[in-house]
Ligand binder design. Structure first.
Ligand code: TYM
Length: 335
């Protein structure tokens, strides 16, 4: 069984973009892959937050993972900083990366725009992400479209290190992207991506939003004035985004939806979409409330960290051996 690895930052406001682009795949892949799902708290530190906020967000995402259907009996669920291998491999990859390639990362460019000096963590973010993936010899990485460039960098680093130190050093991974949902756009501005940090709450639907908030955000979603329900990203980005979301949640194809709503108004489409989204999110919210404050949640994360550590230690031993590092002393590494 090939291994899958992915992660989500504990940064609050996990939204339907995160779900449809990535989390839904996490659940689907569990049945025929060995899946490792991480809460990447070290990545979340690249944007400053209080200790309390970070700790709460970690548990929020852990509870969400389980609520949407990740099964800890099938998949490994853990917190990144509980496994020291991420930081170790991060350094080894840092020494094989170049400032030029990291400066070209669009997420870094966006986040550091107009700043004289940006946090170093933001710059190094994609190298740590590559370490996350390569540490588990993952073949497949389910993510949204916005992570494509980071996955490409991961592949480049793996191929570069393999070329220098031996083809058995790293497994070169592939990204896995959804057909509908790989890029869910903001409801108030369908030309930009739905994001956790946008100021306008109505730009997104968070997985924990109430039916009233979901209704308000969808009914207010920006569309156009020609009144035709048709998928056309270029000329009708708002309606196309609503159709994609509808399709991803309902399993109906966009073509079928176009037929179903031929001649209907935007109001009808939006009203039905509210129902589809509320029906999909309600069971997640019920399960989330059951487990968010349970001791079981902590036990699952501790158990996951043990399993993740066992895989990680093997990779670190192999990579250190190939790179000529250390002696194997200080921990139970067999060279
Ligand atoms: P994060 O926490 O920002 O996002 C989690 C996942 O959600 C996807 N996503 C979207 N998909 C569709 N439409 C959107 N509007 C949308 N917004 C976000 C993201 O692509 C992501 O898959 N760098 C990662 C975290 C990470 C990681 C990793 C992922 C760290 N290490 C190793 C995979 C493997 C991130 O920014 O996630």
């Amino acid at each position: 069984m090939s291994r899958v690895f992915s992660g989500v930052q504990p940064t609050g406001n996990i939204h339907i973009g995160n779900y449809l682009g990535a989390l839904k795949q996490f659940v689907d892949l569990q049945n025929d892959h060995e899946c490792v799902y991480c809460i990447v708290d070290m990545h979340a530190m690249t944007v400053p937050k209080s200790a309390e906020e970070l700790r709460n967000s970690i548990l929020d995402v852990a509870a969400l993972y389980l609520a949407i259907g990740i099964d800890p009996e099938k998949s490994i669920v853990f917190v990144q900083s509980d496994v020291p291998g991420h930081a170790e491999l991060g350094w080894m990859l840092t020494c094989n990366s170049y400032t030029g390639e990291l400066s070209r990362m669009t997420q870094y460019k966006q986040k550091s725009k107009n700043k004289e000096s940006a946090p170093t963590g933001l710059f190094m973010y994609p190298v740590l992400m590559a370490a996350d993936i390569l540490l588990y010899d993952a073949a497949l990485v389910p993510v949204g479209d916005d992570q494509k460039q980071h996955i490409e960098l991961t592949r480049d680093l793996a191929i570069r290190v393999n070329g220098k130190y031996g083809e058995d050093t790293f497994v070169v991974p592939e990204g896995s992207y959804m057909k509908s949902g790989a890029r869910v756009m903001a409801l108030d501005d369908p030309t930009s991506k739905m994001s956790k940090s946008a100021e306008n709450e109505m730009s997104r639907i968070s997985l924990m939003d109430s039916p009233a908030k979901i209704k308000k955000a969808i009914m207010r979603a920006t569309t156009d004035s020609d009144g035709i329900i048709r998928f056309d990203i270029e000329n009708k980005p708002g309606i196309s985004n609503l159709l994609s979301i509808y399709s991803a949640f309902s399993g109906k194809t966009v073509a079928d939806l176009e037929k179903e709503y031929d001649g209907s108004g935007y109001g009808t489409l939006k009203k039905d979409l509210v129902e589809v989204v509320v029906d999909a999110l309600t069971p997640f919210q019920e399960k989330y409330n059951e487990i968010r404050h349970s001791d079981e949640l902590i036990r699952i994360l501790q158990n996951g960290a043990e399993k993740a550590n066992a895989i990680s230690e093997k990779t670190i031993a192999r990579v250190k051996k190939n790179l000529g590092m250390g002696t194997g002393a200080g921990r139970k590494l067999t060279f």
